[in-house]
Design a binder for this molecule. Structure first.
Ligand SMILES: [Zn+2]
Length: 299
């Protein structure tokens, strides 16, 4: 499995799935200028856009971060056996995610910390697993970190039937009830060189994880940026961005920061090679995939 190294920190990508979005590009990105797909088709196809199917392609993966003796899992994909009739990509999956974790030498018991950038269904799935008909924490020894704003945004919906309540009930509530959750208020330092920063917009309490090493830095941006095409059109929100104007402001701020500081972007949904530097291009940006690939510690 591909690994990256930032200073002394090792980062592994634990894939769950890679494939076409359930929705057409202009449903996924409402207001998408189709000319953007034409302008960038040379690098978009076939990795990031399937023209025949007219679908953007995205990955759903977790980042496993080995930092200062700790094992941290960032974002929990869609998970197995979850009832998600609203999206076929999340519905009743049975993927070998835990086997992939085992293949890089990590048992669920060895994970010290789980951080969810936000609580959408494709970021919380592996928080829990089905055991004898009950949802139990997948990582029994981990502290699960969520932003308090995010958690409180989702919690009341648990009283109201519907897809959001179901996601909370099967993938968040069991870890809350197990006493494993620590709610974060605003910015937080998790360890030497490891920081959580508020990045609201995609959801009200969305956070990013920033890793600072002496000569390199990384930003795990969750869904602040969903698809590499957004670097060329940073004002473009997805249909799932809950607070539109704030999502645009945060996306531009995060991309400005990466371009300025030479920080590598580790998103949750970019297709291969999954990691990119950020360059300025006019009033927008462009991905520098070579910079992301250069930080790999395995081919
Ligand atoms: Zn997502």
């Amino acid at each position: 499995m591909t690994a990256w190294r930032i200073g002394e920190t090792e980062i592994l990508r634990i894939p769950e799935q890679l494939g076409p979005n359930a929705m057409a590009p202009d449903a996924f990105f409402p207001g998408l200028d189709r000319a953007l797909l034409e302008t960038h088709r040379a690098w978009l196809e076939p990795t990031y856009y399937d023209r025949a199917a007219d679908r953007l392609i995205s990955s759903i993966h977790s980042w496993l971060i080995r930092h200062n003796g700790r094992t941290i899992l960032l974002d929990g994909c869609a998970g197995n056996h979850k009832n998600r009739p609203f999206n076929p990509r999340f519905h009743m999956l049975n993927t070998p995610f835990l086997e992939r974790l085992a293949a890089v030498g990590t048992t669920p018991e060895a994970v010290d910390m789980v951080l969810c950038t936000h609580l959408h269904a494709d970021h919380v799935g592996w928080n829990t697993r089905l055991l004898d008909g009950r949802w139990v924490p997948t990582f029994p020894n981990a502290r699960y970190l969520f932003s308090r704003t995010e958690h409180d945004h989702w919690r009341p919906t648990a009283e109201t039937p519907g897809p959001r309540a179901e996601v909370y009930a099967d993938s968040v509530l069991p870890v809350v009830e197990a006493g494993l959750v620590e709610l974060l208020d605003g910015a937080a330092q998790l360890d030497t060189g490891l920081f959580v920063d508020p990045a609201p917009g995609h959801t009200p309490g969305h956070v990013v994880l920033r890793l600072e090493a002496p000569r390199q830095s990384a930003l795990f941006c969750g869904d602040v940026v969903h698809h590499p095409l957004q670097l060329y059109a940073p004002e473009m929100n997805s249909a799932f961005c809950e607070c539109g104007p704030e999502a645009r402001t945060t996306r531009r701020r995060v991309l400005e920061h990466c371009a300025e500081a030479g920080t590598l972007l580790f998103p949750t949904h970019f297709g291969p090679p999954h990691v990119a530097g950020v360059k300025r291009e006019g009033a927008a940006f462009a991905p520098d995939f070579a910079a992301g690939t250069a930080a790999r510690s395995t081919p």
